[in-house]
Design a protein around this ligand. Sequence first.
Ligand SMILES: [Zn+2]
Length: 101
Amino acid sequence: MGHNDHVEDDGGFSDFLQEIIDGGHLEGAALGITKLAIDKGSDALSAKQRFVFERDVLGEFVKDGCSRCESNIPWSEMYAALDNGGLCNYCWHMSEKIKHE
Ligand SMILES: [Zn+2]
């Protein structure tokens, strides 16, 4: 599971979670659990909360890798990747460039 590697190493992970919240993508239990994860870290979640977090938040919003070059997408680029078809920043710029040529 690549997701767990991401969670261990924050590197913008909480900012990414905050972006999902700010975008209005979460509600109910998933929203509360995500706020808790930002506040206390995802390690503070109970087994039940973690299950919901992984299924409804990570499972929905996290890409395992760029859909073009398959490299890992950093947390700082993850939210944008949701919008551009799952591309890393590099591939997204490449595809934009091709479009405009
Ligand atoms: Zn890429």
